[in-house]
Design a protein around this ligand. Structure first.
Ligand code: SIN
Length: 277
């Protein structure tokens, strides 16, 4: 695709591109906004270097793509910015956000369309984020398995993640989202089909026994993690990753303990997933 206001350098043939020629602290003009959007649709996740954003500028960039989402378990939003999720790990961390392959908040009935992560502090080595194309995951299933999964609905549950694994202190009496989504979803912009189950939130398949559902999900998860569907982003301070949760899963690599890693994420609201044959 020809771009006139930005440069787009692909990381792999299937997924990921580094974008240059744009200052995200300033309002994007119509053409530049359209080209950034097109680069995201074409590459599924896009990366920017050397950006300096205040919380308001970060939110303004996210807002160009839609209304901002407030995370159901956020406990560390910066003062006055409930739409910002602080991503932080250091020598006191027991876990980090996103260390399991997932699509953000897929337990929401209308899961987020995209997420924009801005990291300001990076460990000396490690702390990469891995991204995998769920278009490739669907396309590379053999036709009989494609036909099997196309008719299925999965259950996605935030409870075991946010209360169980993350054990939020203030979660008493709080309800976390739970939703049913097609196992294969049609992307509302590109019309392509993507696998939409993940290890973090998906707990079962409707209408299948526990044994059948668990076995099928484990096969799909392992398939989704195929290295040739992936790209891996090496962060620097003030880098940004913007991913499309409708076509991508990601995994935050926590290989840098006890070093610190710090930044902020804004998340853009999305639509109800659907499947169109
Ligand atoms: C996330 O899931 O948003 C965290 C990703 C990361 O920290 O690399």
């Amino acid at each position: 695709m020809p771009y006139q206001t930005i440069e787009v350098k692909k990381l792999t043939p299937r997924i990921g591109a580094e974008i240059s020629g744009v200052d995200l602290s300033r309002p994007l003009g119509n053409q530049q906004f359209q080209e950034v959007h097109d680069a995201l649709m074409e590459n599924l996740v896009i990366f920017f270097r050397d950006q300096k954003l205040t919380h308001d500028q970060h939110k303004a960039f996210g807002n160009k793509f839609g209304e901002l989402h407030i995370h159901p378990s956020s406990t560390h939003a910066p003062e006055g910015h409930p739409e910002i999720l602080t991503i932080h790990a250091d020598e006191n961390s027991k876990h980090v956000a996103g260390e399991e392959w997932h699509s953000d908040v897929s337990c929401d009935p209308d899961p987020p369309m995209g997420s924009i992560l801005y990291l300001t502090e990076i460990p000396p080595e490690g702390g990469d984020t891995l991204f995998a194309s769920m278009y490739a995951a669907y396309d590379k299933l053999s036709p009989p398995i494609q036909r099997l999964v196309e008719g299925l609905t999965a259950i996605h549950d935030g409870e075991p993640v946010y209360r169980g694994r993350f054990g939020h202190r203030d979660a008493r009496g709080k309800e976390f989202p739970r939703a049913e989504h097609p196992v294969v979803r049609t992307h509302p912009v590109t019309g392509k089909k993507a696998l939409f189950v993940n290890r973090n939130f998906t707990t079962g398949i409707k209408g299948l026994s526990r044994l059948e559902g668990d076995a099928l999900l484990e096969m799909l998860y392992r398939h989704c993690e195929t290295p040739e569907f992936q790209c891996r982003f090496r962060w620097q301070p003030n880098s940004i990753a913007f991913w499309d949760n409708r076509s991508v899963q990601h995994h935050a690599m926590w290989d840098y303990f006890p070093q610190a890693r710090h930044g902020y994420r804004v998340t853009i609201k999305g639509d109800r997933p659907f499947y169109r044959a």
